[in-house]
Design a binder for this molecule. Structure first.
Ligand code: TRP
Length: 445
């Protein structure tokens, strides 16, 4: 039984709304994933396409997701079904996807914690590649860090929307911005850093292929936490009078600034030839080790990653917790506990699938990569298409317009643009890119 009488939590004000939503957006996607995807796709050319995806697809979808949550003031499943009967499954699909993302995201979050601590005590030495492989394929060590990270999440969520999420965001986000700026200033201050940057940011259009568009769109959706209920549930907690479009623009701007600054920090270290997920964990410690007080810089860098990861994982956890509270009528503590156990179970399998269980494969992938690829290649675009179709075509037009213009703060002259993007541009463009992505993916199997 849904407990409709319980008073829902909410954020205290506009700044809290921006910081919490920016916290969800700014994560491993910005600092760990964006730089290596950029370097694999021709640098500056990729960034131009990525910015196009953020503006034309990401921003309208983020506004749409805030609007659904804010309008219905419910968990993701009830939100869709309140606006249109029979559409609750779309919220459920988002919650399942975000649960799968938690499965591997918590594992990487655990690594950032170990790296921050090991850097502080100067115990990452010798061969950085070997250190990474040995640590990530070990049985217990990565699991323990992952569990510590999940517990930190648990306690923030149990603290409530205002006492937990809002408070944590107000401490973590400013700290994250300060560390980011300190690291960026330091990188730009090194002459070899400035030199390395030029070569990365100069667009190389010869590297642009169909896959570049796919990667750019996938990255735009991932970094803005699109379609998975996290932004929807935060939107449902926005206080009356919080302008949806203004909040979305602030979140998108902060997210983009952090991604670009992270790329500056990483590329100025001259590591553009390293690729893949090892970029942050192998190349960066090597660079830091050659600097004076390198272990302090390394610790700051991994602390930055850990903070970004924590502020994102609480939004994933909250989305699923809200389901158990509102749809199952459970207490917040019990709901959070269930989600914490699901997260522990999935991340245990994901972590072990890199080491002890690496021989178990589905379609040539271990469980960790399976979670990553399935959510990034299939679920993110699919949920993007469905969310835009829902808001643009299924939601009663007058109601949608009223939500976006009155509560949303979109004026009469910009409304047609947003509406056009949601009704036509998002579904069509995302479907095309999605179809190519699936085709490409099947060919690589
Ligand atoms: N946006 C986060 C990042 O860039 C990841 C994230 C948080 C996410 N919540 C999400 C991705 C919900 C998809 C869905 O790291």
């Amino acid at each position: 039984m849904a407990t409709q009488t319980t008073k829902r939590g909410g954020f205290g004000g506009k700044i809290a709304a921006i910081l919490a939503a920016a916290g969800s957006a700014i994560g491993l996607g910005n600092i760990w994933r964006f730089p290596y995807i950029t370097s694999e796709n021709g640098g500056g050319a990729f960034i131009i396409i990525y910015l196009g995806c953020i503006l034309l697809l990401g921003l309208p979808l983020l506004i749409a997701e805030f609007a659904v949550g804010h309008n219905a003031k419910s968990n993701p499943i009830d939100a869709f079904s309140k606006i249109r009967k029979g559409w609750g499954w779309l919220g459920a699909a988002g919650l399942i996807s975000v649960t799968l993302i938690m499965g591997y995201y918590f594992v990487i979050s655990g690594w950032t914690l170990n790296y921050a601590l090991s850097s502080a005590t100067d115990s990452i030495g010798g061969d950085y590649g070997a250190f990474f492989t040995e640590f990530t394929t070990a049985t217990w060590k990565p699991l323990i860090y992952t569990y510590i990270f999940i517990l930190a999440n648990h306690f923030i969520i149990v603290g409530g929307v205002q006492g937990g999420i809002e408070k944590a965001s107000k401490i973590m986000m400013p700290l994250l911005f300060v560390i980011l700026i300190v690291l960026a200033v330091y990188s730009l201050w090194l002459p070899e850093g400035r030199e390395a940057l030029g070569s990365v940011f100069t667009p190389d259009f010869s590297k642009v292929t169909g896959k570049t568009f796919l990667d750019a769109m996938g990255q735009a959706f991932f970094t803005l936490s699109i379609g998975m209920g996290a932004m929807l549930i935060y939107g449902s907690y926005f206080k009356k009078g919080t302008k949806l479009a203004g909040t979305a623009i602030s979140v998108v701007s902060l997210d983009t600034l952090v991604a670009l600054t992270a790329a500056i920090i990483i590329f100025s270290a001259g590591v553009e030839n390293e690729s893949g997920m090892q970029l942050a964990f192998v190349a960066m410690p090597k660079v830091f080790s050659a600097m004076p007080a390198g272990n302090i810089w390394a610790m700051l860098f991994f602390l930055l990653l850990a903070l970004a990861a924590l502020s994102s994982t609480i939004s994933m956890h909250e989305a699923v917790t809200s389901y158990f509270v509102e749809k199952r009528g459970m207490s917040r503590n019990k709901s959070a506990l269930i989600v914490t156990f699901i997260a522990i179970a999935l991340s245990t399998v994901a972590s072990l699938s890199l080491g002890d269980w690496s021989e178990y494969k589905v379609a040539g992938m271990n469980f960790f990569s399976l979670l990553d690829n399935f959510t990034a290649i299939v679920m993110l675009p699919l949920l993007g298409i469905l969310t835009s179709v829902f808001v643009g075509w299924i939601w009663r037009r007058e109601d949608m317009r009223a939500e976006l213009t009155a509560e949303g703060g979109i004026d009469k002259s910009s409304y047609p643009i947003i509406s056009f993007l949601l009704r036509w541009v998002c579904p069509v463009l995302v479907s095309i890119v999605f179809a190519f992505g699936i085709y490409d993916f099947i060919n690589t199997l």
